[in-house]
Design a protein. Sequence first.
Length: 300
Amino acid sequence: MNCPDYNSPQALKRILDEKGFAMQKKFGQNFLTSPDAREKIVALLELTPGNTVWEVGPGLGAMTSSLLRGGAKVTAFELDRGFISLLTGYFADECTDGSFRLVPGDVLKNWKRELDASGDEADCNAGKIRLFGNLPYNIAATFIADTITEGARFERCVFTVQREVADRMRAKPGSKDNSSFSILCQWLYDVKACVDLAPGCFWPRPNVASQAVLFTPRKNPVELKDRKSFVTLVHALFSQRRKTLLNNIKPLLPPGTSAEELFSRAGVSKGERAENLSVEEFAALADTLFSFRSQCAIIG
């Protein structure tokens, strides 16, 4: 490794200025310059030599260098072409020995292709990978929700995100922060807030506080009859938060289906609002609706 001084905003600024790289606000680029914070966050991965880690948004490689020193095999997803050119130089030896690999382009478009490359099922293959990232604020929720919607259950995930996003990840029923994103996160994972990060930990200094969040696979995950039906239902019931479940579920009902019977069989009150439901209650509704649809298909 031939890396810059990641603890010095001046050193990082000098590199960017010398290379003529402008900070891209649209990519949400902020560098974590606190060595103590970086050490605490990487420790959450509980790395042992040989672990496979996917890193989203390595930037100039501050966290990447820590991962490699921990013995991880790192696949990094980076969109910025300027950063890609620097990273291949900083980690030239690691590129050669196979411990570091760069995947250029938009992670939202190429993560699934990378996961499918081995030919394994998504959930099984993801179980061999630890997912890590100081996620750009503008893609954090979308990226995490996409992996979950596709059923990819990673071995361990550590994300640094905007505090507001972290609050939504772990929101409980009845909370104003409880959302479709909360339900999806907690369907597959136990979610724990671990490290608070003040704006001063970053350069440039963001206008918001951040938090490192740990995802570990649920030991007793909620079983579903059909994953896609569950995801569709969750989004539909949160589509208009002020409305009751009964009003929001109507577009999903097969013709001639009794909404009252569906709620009765699922054991969920039709007058509730989505933010008050647990993962288990969403699963019960989704499974019951899937059964109703299957019966209609058979009859039809």
